[in-house]
Design a binder for this molecule. Structure first.
Ligand code: SF4
Ligand code: SF4
Length: 414
């Protein structure tokens, strides 16, 4: 689940808590041990499932990994994530110079709910589990601020803090790993023994030097199940994901056209992808969190009807997904994804909706609708593509229509 610049900035700015430090009075070690236990208790009361503590200093191993991946072009789609940004992010003291402890917090988003299969006339897409309900950035923010307030009340002084949610996923994970929340799985997710990788991560940086936790010593062992399961071949080595091929990146972060060769591999995913998590044996035994905020009825749910997404107006999109992570894909992006998924589901009954999209406002959606019509085929699709070819003025869409017509000609001749 790679992340956008907008979210990076939002996490740094909107959740920042600037309270002047009054005095850093001597806080003795038994007090701090007690405070740590109280923070754990309060965090659980606030709804965090996992609470661990890490020291705050440079993470050279994280920086080395990030630089290597930037050099290898594995993060090239995330143009905002430069080496400079990687350097900043891999030492939490760059975010807050006085930080002494990072409280690493996790919430399990595993709950009940199942995917509804597509039926003729009702093709459905799939949404990654974390996005079924409310936007976790919002959920986390309030809880982190409340935990910070608790620490200040308990110490009786202003405590400098920084609340971070989704600051840069790799770094969130590095802090969680250092804090002993879990180990890096071969799919690059943090795996917790009890909760699996169905966890959302955030951090509270504090100017208090609290006792820290040990790293876990477990790893994936000989298991490699997630690697061949990835439909786009994005897991190129244990723990190394080429974000440019990952369906999460393609359906959320990428704002332009989805590369043609990857479209068929996306299947019916319209927002994110859970395949490498679904196949993981650790996740098979994970204890659910059952947090109401992430329940399917709070947001888009697991299996939206694709033609409804495609036909959605911008006002409907804004109103419906205001509190959902799905808004990150943007209106045109979500409809682009719906068109690709419809092309892959291949339901003839979705042709009228795709034809409407072919004549719609957004070139991005028209081009992907053309691709889907070329894949589904049939007389109505052929006629619509030919008609649009005569009036389309966007060069890229014209190219997509030409390729779709070629695809149809091959199917008819073959
Ligand atoms: Fe990305 Fe899905 Fe592959 Fe996992 S299985 S790496 S989420 S495309
Ligand atoms: Fe590790 Fe196996 Fe899970 Fe992949 S599927 S993350 S290799 S335990």
């Amino acid at each position: 689940m790679p992340d956008s610049r907008a979210h990076f900035e939002k996490a740094l700015d909107a959740t920042d808590v600037d309270i002047p430090v009054v005095a850093n009075e001597a806080e003795n070690s038994s007090d701090l041990q007690e405070l740590k236990a109280e923070i754990v208790e309060r965090a659980h009361e606030l709804g965090f499932d996992l609470v661990r503590f890490a020291r705050v200093d440079a993470m050279p191993e994280t920086l080395a990994v990030l630089e290597e991946r930037i050099d290898a072009g594995l993060l090239s789609g995330l143009t905002w994530f430069t080496k400079e940004r990687a350097r900043d992010a891999s030492d939490p003291r760059n975010l807050m110079g006085s930080a002494r402890t990072a409280v690493s917090l996790g919430i399990s988003y595993l709950g009940s709910g199942e995917y509804t299969p597509s039926e003729p006339g009702e093709a459905r897409g799939k949404v990654a589990r974390y996005a079924w309900g409310l936007d976790y950035h919002e959920v986390f923010k309030g809880k982190l601020v409340a935990l910070h307030e608790f620490v200040q009340e308990r110490l009786g002084r202003a405590v400098e803090a920084r609340t971070l949610v989704d600051t840069a996923r790799i770094v969130d994970r590095a802090v969680a790993e250092r804090a002993g929340m879990g180990w890096f799985g071969k799919n690059s997710n943090i795996l917790n023994r009890e909760r699996g990788s169905w966890i959302l991560l955030g951090e509270l940086l504090l100017d208090v030097e609290l006792p820290t936790d040990e790293r876990v010593r477990t790893n994936c062992g000989s298991c490699t199940r997630c690697m061949p399961a990835c439909p786009t071949g994005a897991i190129i080595a244990p723990g190394v994901v080429n974000s440019d091929r990952c369906i999460s990146y393609l359906t959320i972060e990428l704002k332009g056209p989805i590369p043609r060769d990857l479209r068929p591999l996306i299947g019916d995913w319209v927002f994110g992808c859970d395949i490498c998590q679904d196949v993981c044996p650790v996740n098979g035994k994970a204890v659910p969190g059952e947090h109401a905020e992430f329940a399917a009825e709070m947001g888009i749910g697991p299996s939206p009807v694709l033609t409804e997404l495609l036909d959605m107006t911008e006002d409907e999109f804004r109103a419906r997904y205001r509190y959902s992570p799905v808004k990150r894909a943007k209106w045109a992006g979500l409809r682009r994804n719906a068109a690709v998924a419809l092309g892959n589901v291949g339901d003839q009954e979705s042709v009228p909706a795709l034809v409407r999209a072919l004549h719609g406002d957004a070139a991005l959606v028209r081009g992907h609708a053309a691709w889907a019509l070329g894949r589904i085929g049939g007389e109505a699709a052929l006629e619509a593509l030919r008609e649009r070819a005569t009036i389309e003025d966007d060069e890229w869409v014209r190219e997509e229509i030409g390729l779709a017509l070629e695809m149809l000609a091959k199917t008819q001749n073959g």
